[in-house]
Design a protein around this ligand. Sequence first.
Ligand SMILES: NC(=O)c1ccc[n+]([C@@H]2O[C@H](COP(=O)([O-])OP(=O)(O)OC[C@H]3O[C@@H](n4cnc5c(N)ncnc54)[C@H](OP(=O)(O)O)[C@@H]3O)[C@@H](O)[C@H]2O)c1
Length: 299
Amino acid sequence: MALSRTFRLNTGALIPAVGFGTWQSKSTTVKIAVDCALKTGYRHIDTAYAYNNEKEIGEAIANSNIPREKLFITTKLWNTFHAREDVQPAFELSLKNLGLDYIDLYLMHWPLAIRKNECLDLEPKKPDGTFDWVDIDYAEVWSEMEKIDPSKVKAIGVSNFSIGRLERLISKARIIPAVNQVELHPYLPQWKLLEFCKENNIHVTAYSPLGSTNAPLLTDPTLTAIAKSNQKSIVQVLISWAVQRGTSVLPKSVTPSRIKANFNDFLLPEKDFELINKITTRTRYLKPKGYPDVFGDDF
Ligand SMILES: NC(=O)c1ccc[n+]([C@@H]2O[C@H](COP(=O)([O-])OP(=O)(O)OC[C@H]3O[C@@H](n4cnc5c(N)ncnc54)[C@H](OP(=O)(O)O)[C@@H]3O)[C@@H](O)[C@H]2O)c1
């Protein structure tokens, strides 16, 4: 048995199992990184308006000469564009930044809205330094996303959604989200959320699969032993584990040697897969400073 190369979304489209992350990849280096990723064989590139690198990623895509239909491009609606009148223009802006005719997957980045300011800052703050949260229902944001021209967006989905919010969204939605993109790695496996998404035909994509900046899982003793016995790197083990549990996965790197090495997932022996399933610590690495806890305990 080999690992899946793709997963099928509830739209019928295929999402590549191993994609490429670009958060914190600065506009100066991201072009080289995406160019390297595309040459290596990655076909799913994950970006977001808030990553401030859509333009450079679009240039790397255009330079690659890879036929558009062979690529899978994800970008995301930022928190300052949740007002009803802002959703469609925000989508069009991302499309323009990327220089594409359509996006494969457009995600609501967070179920949280921040008041937009005149300078279009990503995270405008109030004079006291706290976020200027606005009470906009994510279900209403979703209903605006549902109206985006389907010839310009092949699938819509969400990110950072808990079971409770997904349940509520589904009860009101016309279109069931194709994807929920969340933090997932062996310390935060979120089995309950995964099961809920499976039951509701929502594909799950794993972000921060190495634990994010500085990849904190790379010194774990269990993972070290498993990597050694399989003659693979820990990152290859982490990516393989993610694919083996049915999630697509988005390792990020700006280092060409790592970009190439990371794209080598393999089938983990069942006993190793089970051992990895036991090392959970419920540690969440991505907790943006000043954000409310949108996850709760239900994962
Ligand atoms: N939807 C959301 O809210 C959300 C949130 C977070 C992330 N994401 C998506 O998920 C992607 C991945 O998550 P992430 O960027 O947080 O972190 P990640 O992929 O878990 O880890 C990235 C870190 O690991 C390092 N790294 C990569 N390959 C390595 C290797 N072979 N050996 C040692 N270190 C290695 C990278 O360093 P170098 O780059 O220096 O090589 C970087 O410091 C993001 O880029 C983004 O596309 C989405």
